[in-house]
Design a protein around this ligand. Structure first.
Ligand SMILES: [Zn+2]
Length: 370
């Protein structure tokens, strides 16, 4: 491999370079870690690495957990780093972490890791979430907790909106309408956006009324709430691999909580139809794996396969995995001057999403890392 004398190689991407669902360039360059759409002026004798293949922005995982160990519990920072490297090597170069037990902000200084946007610690109602994951609060303390996490995170706060209610024996919202409103006000007042973990049908009208900015899992979407979500232009982070585990949750709860088990099975059975209905209604789907904790890292391609099973075509999958998350998080893609966080593929991923598994190169910040 020929590289320039500088720290960064100069790359000539011989394309096509896919700028978005409808736009492509025949070629582009990477100089000093940034994308250039025009051939740059280079000093005589500069060494340029010629790179052939389809170029797309690095994939984004909008919902995973760095720093939660396998089976739950806080991981070490080094273990969180290994999780991020595992994701990177599958082509994930942008992560919105949906809640971590440890402070992963030191990873943001490590330039060989994906770009990381943190949600801070999950917020949940007392005894209404997985033990040990969340900061558990009661309604009177919720706005202050949201404001605190907004101050610690990177513009995002996550609230667990529903979970099994053991007294009711089923999923129910963890908060009432005014609590959701107060949480959204606190996040927005602190300059952050707020998202919610939600499985239950009844939670969605409450968080839509309250002005939440994003929905995680959203297995309880109905015709009415799909229409409202589309109208409000609120994206849904899919996590279908995680929803695939609902049968095991149902089995675990079956004896003590038969209504809950039946509910989880209904949500599981409807997962592909609901996902496709939301997409068809114009809801922006964003890819999230929910890796970390129950599921291991490095599973984004399994999530993309799930979207294909739900009936999305390859272009829609690529949009949900690469372009739309960057628009939503205000992170550049392959624009002129953007940091060169990109993948080089041997085949056109707009025709077949499985081309995204066939990475010739992963380029992060202008360096070829894989
Ligand atoms: Zn999660």
């Amino acid at each position: 491999m020929r590289t320039s004398m500088s720290e960064f190689p100069i790359l000539h991407l011989r394309g096509p370079v896919l700028l978005g669902p409808e736009h492509e360039l025949l070629e582009a360059w990477v100089v000093e870690g940034r994308i250039r759409h025009e051939r740059p002026e280079l000093p005589a004798g500069s060494e340029v690495l010629e790179v052939d293949g389809y170029v797309v922005p690095g994939l984004a995982d909008l919902h995973c957990h760095l720093g939660i160990g396998d089976g739950g519990g806080g991981a070490t920072l080094e273990a969180a780093r290994q999780q991020a490297l595992t994701d990177r090597d599958t082509g994930v170069l942008l992560i919105r972490d949906a809640g971590s037990i440890i402070d992963t902000s030191p990873l943001q200084q490590q330039d060989d890791l994906p770009r990381l946007i943190r949600c801070g610690r999950h917020l949940a109602r007392t005894r209404r979430y997985l033990i040990g994951y969340a900061d558990e609060v009661e309604p009177e303390d919720l706005p202050a907790a949201v404001a605190r996490e907004a101050g610690r995170a990177d513009g995002w706060v996550k609230l667990v909106g529903d979970w099994i209610d053991r007294a009711a024996g089923d999923l129910t919202p963890c908060w009432d309408a005014e609590d959701f409103h107060a949480a959204a006000r606190a996040a927005h007042g602190a300059g952050a956006r707020i998202t919610t973990h939600t499985f239950d049908e009844d939670t969605l009208p409450l968080v839509l009324d309250a002005g939440f900015d994003c929905l995680e899992h959203a297995t309880g979407l109905t015709h009415e709430t799909i229409a409202r979500t589309a109208e409000a232009k609120i994206p849904v982070v899919t996590t279908l691999v995680n929803v695939g585990e609902f049968e095991s949750y149902a089995r675990q709860g079956e004896r003590k909580f038969p209504d809950y088990a039946a509910h989880m099975r209904r949500l599981h059975a409807a997962r592909y139809d609901r996902t496709r209905d939301a997409h068809d209604a114009g809801v922006q789907l964003l890819v999230g794996t929910d890796a970390g904790g129950v599921l291991g890292h490095g599973i984004i391609h399994d999530e993309l396969d799930e979207l294909a099973r739900a009936g999305l075509d390859a272009s829609a999958i690529l949009d949900a995995a690469a372009w739309a998350p960057r628009r939503f998080l205000d992170v550049p893609g392959l624009e002129d001057g953007a940091p060169a966080d990109l993948l080089v593929l041997p085949r056109d991923p707009r025709r077949d999403h499985t081309a995204l598994r066939e990475l010739d190169h992963v380029v992060l910040g202008g360096r070829i890392v894989t």
